[in-house]
Design a binder for this molecule. Sequence first.
Ligand code: GLU
Length: 455
Amino acid sequence: MTAPTSPAPLVRFAPSPTGYLHIGNARPALINALFARARGGRFLLRLDDTDRERSTAAFAEAIEEDLGWLGIVPDLFARQSDRVALYDAAAERLRAAGRLYPCYETAEELERRRKRQLGRGLPPIYDRAALSLTPEQRAAYEAEGRRPHWRFKLDHRNVGWNDLVRGPAHVDCASLSDPVLIRADGSYLYTLPSVVDDAEMGITHVIRGEDHVTNTGVQVQIFEALGAPVPVFGHHNLLTTADGEGLSKRLGHLSLRSLRAAGYEPAAVRALAVLTGSAEAVRPVASLDELAGLVDLAHISRAPARFDPHELDGLNARLIHAMPYAEAADRLAALGVPAEGAEPFWLAVRANLGRVAEAAAWWRVVAGPVEPVRAEADAEVTEAAAATLPPEPWGPETWKVWTAAVRERTGRKGKALFMPLRLALTGLDHGPDLAGLLPLIGRERAARRLAGETA
Ligand code: GLU
């Protein structure tokens, strides 16, 4: 007998297109995408764009582009602004069931009431005054020109679930205000549309940040009120900077697009976004499949996932140091490195790079023009080197053979031998192993640089 298998998961990432995604948003996006990937499931990108004023098409486009850069290609796509008829139908059902009721308080009235409650030492929970409005009172408000906002009538009970990250979890809904689902202008807040979409699209697992735990208490009640199956929930910790500062869309330098522009590899951003605050050490992981194998929701920490943006530098460098040529080829071509020689060039310089784009400067060292640096005191080295230049073809052994000959002639060794050669050949006192660069520089350019010519 085979064990019953659960259906392949369908998960979603549901950003509002009101800003650029930042590394903190990459965390739920990746955790969801990798969760589906590891289980043969599917990933939905849903744009929560019910806030018409703040949502823009440009941000929506940027979200898709930034996810693509991270390596996430959604299997399904939806936007809430296309689905309002479904929300209207659900709202109607809640009204009919007595779970959605109109309220006429203005923001100022609510605020005054809140202060009064706090002053009396009471929790500032909505007092449900609107529930006892008579039809005449409602009509009077309407005649005044007031339009109602609509609240969901919570059952005052504990809502519990088995959280993928937190284990047994619960929210005491008696301590919450009845949430507003529809604003006075008729627009929806995120709470109801999200439930309607999750139910209608058959989302199996809702995996999101722990800032949504309270919402889950409310939303489980809405699923139940609509007679929809309740998905499995998981709430991961949020990424915060080392000083505990939360990330907001305002932290522009940590937006995915600015990280991309700064030359970070998506794999570096992925590793930091996903492995921080997990049971796994933060380390470079080039492949999505391997990363998917490392994401274990049950082992995500309950503490905030603190990270230092500078960790990206180290991760990035380590990824580049191990990056195969095939992966770098197109980017080297775009930097102007000719295809011929690009592979040995990449293997020679990658260990010196923090960003792929830095390869351009090393290519200039190969192809020139380089202004050689020569000290009088080292003339014996460059002269001996010029006199012993081996004939071409040059290969990986040339440097060793040649410097052995120069050592023989001058009696110099170590730094006293190598530094004058490096300064003459590259114009710099640091850089990649010359054994790799020398065959690319070639005999003619090497000879001219040793003679002090710019070449
Ligand atoms: N639009 C919501 C947000 O960005 C989605 C939360 C959820 O995943 O349900 O916070």
